[in-house]
Design a protein around this ligand. Structure first.
Ligand code: THU
Length: 263
């Protein structure tokens, strides 16, 4: 449904509730069985989904708000005007946004917004894809471009990646740091969380391209290896070795032999 001008918050909230219910079914929650989701509304009415992605190693679980926010940054959008939650807004989600300073006080049980009067009419979901389809040769050079979207004020270590799908389309991921470092997400898990939030299942993934220009020996951290292994242990990862050298390619399960599974 497309509206031209601003719409009353109550009307948009009803629509957001319907959306967030649909998105919630994409959550990856094999351990708790308790799905959760967030929809971030952008200033032009486009929106970004984020789902809870659990890990067998519980503390690596990606909360829905962090998932959606990191997607927004990787897609070059930070103009968030509202966040709608499938569950009552929890203290940790509130703190997450407050520390970023992106949404002030107005809220009801399942909505945070800076605009008490009106919100933009809902449009389509923001497309999660990088422009155009990529060949294998383009993967690393484009991952270098993606890294420019990283938000890394604490480390000054920008990382970019592209999760290529079997149909050639690519989902970008960047590292997104947070004043509370424990809420920082790496580029690789950012792309993984985006794919799942948009309902793009691991069977559709083809390869991951990874680049950090500051580190020509760069490899995924242990947490990213674990999450990737839980979804696609056989996924090839192409790692940038700088302008002089060809990329190194390793399967995820070769990077984390004996990775943890919870039976
Ligand atoms: N980082 C990644 O994005 N991917 C990795 O595999 C390793 C680390 C980010 C996280 C943080 O923003 C910065 O690099 C320093 O750890």
């Amino acid at each position: 449904m497309i509206h031209e001008g601003p719409v009353a918050v109550s009307a948009i909230l009803q629509q957001l509730r319907t959306l967030v219910r649909e998105v919630k079914s994409r959550a990856y929650v094999p351990y708790s069985g308790r799905p959760a989701a967030v929809v971030l509304l952008l200033s032009d009415g486009a929106w970004i989904p984020g789902v809870r992605v659990e890990s067998a190693s519980f503390s690596l679980t990606i909360p829905p708000l962090q998932n959606a926010w990191t997607t927004a940054v990787a897609l070059g959008r930070r103009d968030i005007v509202a966040a709608a939650f499938s569950e009552p807004v929890d203290v940790s989600s509130r703190a997450f946004l407050e520390e970023l300073g992106i949404l002030p006080e107005v809220e009801c049980a399942d909505l945070l917004t800076a605009s008490p009067e009106a919100l933009p009419g809902l449009r389509e979901p923001l497309t999660p894809f990088w422009n155009g389809q990529l060949t294998l040769q383009q993967g690393i050079p484009v991952a270098r471009q993606v890294a420019r979207r990283a938000w890394a004020p604490h480390s000054d270590f920008p990382v970019g990646c592209l999760l290529q799908l079997k149909d050639g389309r690519c989902i970008p991921g960047v590292n997104v740091e947070h004043p509370d470092w424990t809420r920082t997400l790496c580029a690789e898990r950012n792309a993984l969380g985006t794919a799942l939030s948009y309902g793009i299942t691991p069977a559709a993934w083809q390869a991951l391209f990874l680049s950090c220009l500051k580190d020509t020996q760069g490899t995924p951290c242990g947490a990213c290896r674990q999450l990737l292994a839980e979804h696609r242990p056989d996924l090839p990862v192409w790692m940038d070795r700088g302008l002089e050298n060809p990329p190194q390619i390793l399967r995820v399960d070769a990077m984390l032999p004996g990775f943890f599974v919870l039976q």
